[in-house]
Design a protein around this ligand. Sequence first.
Ligand code: ZN
Length: 399
Amino acid sequence: MNPINRRQLLANLTTATLGAPMFARAFQAPANAQQDVNKSPLPLKDYEPRSMLRVTETKIERARFPVIDFHTHLSFTDRNAKPEKSVFRAKREEILPVMDRKNVRTMVNLTGGYGAALEECVRYWQTPSPDRFIVFTEPWFNRAAEANYPKFQADQIESAKRIGARGLKVLKTLGLYLRENVNTGPLIKVDDKRFDPMWEACGASKMPVAIHTSDPEAFFLPTDRFNERYEELSAHPDWSFHGKDFPSNRELHEARLRVIARHPKTQFVALHVGDAEDLGWVSEWLDRHPNLSVEIGARIGELGRQPRAARKFFDRYQDRILFGTDAVPYGRETPQQIFGESLYEIYFRFLETEDEYFDYAPAPIPPQGRWKIYGLGLPESVLKKVYYENAVRLLGLSG
Ligand SMILES: [Zn+2]
């Protein structure tokens, strides 16, 4: 399908309404009800059902144990600036009081950039309070087409370590955006050999690799009435990886698994639970690769709607799961990730309580799909590991 047709299709789909004849037929509404509904169809975007369940609501203001939030974005790199510079999404004074109130001991700012931007970022966040903020570096993807890139990138890992970075973050750019000529040409594969020296250097420098590969499975399917992330994809059509020359979700993950297998001395953390819709498959990854852990940021919507499978997953892999939120200060585009007290309270409620049927995001309409979640009620020993012990070990921090 060409892009224009696809846009038209999306435009048509976004005007779909609940109570339109298509839906009424599907639900076999009684004739008179159907008539009423048809008189004033309710747009799907305006539908905000209020649950009638009387269920326990536990407010968890502080985490039961100190937390390391392994996945946050306190800064990003402005790549249009010359030279590139680090842009801070908030001030330290805005972040620290929230951390104190919520019992968040440390935040890991994954998108620390590289070179001068990384130095700026470390100087602002990490240097004044290395126990509260940790900064990761990122690959110089815009130089990936250069002949000397493999060695250059490996050297940059060591230099980032000297600057103060504690790990490497790899965005989903690798596999979905980065092309042979950076912005044009064929997509570069996640397991492209030019990155092997970089993965090895991370192992040698004891820098864990936090890697985001692929995206929710529904982003690879048509944005149609069967798509469970229909509203999210309609609001952000550019998040869809359906069609064009994109690899499948499976191909992307398999390429990452080959990288993990090829570099057994490097610690990898698959962000967003790897593939949160398929915990059975992720379990196979963890069984096969002892150098792999997972992080839960922006995926409690997935974990919390399969609470029994998720609880077993946490029991079984309690030493390999890290707490993370993917928090973005003022991140209005992604309501499930807006940094703030309510975000942390939802995560704590999910992990600590057995509350039922509650929102996974601080937003009036569930932004990643219209469902609610159930708490896991993790025992203290598991909570401690997920909240901080696993991250302490992986980052080489002192207890
Ligand atoms: Zn993220």
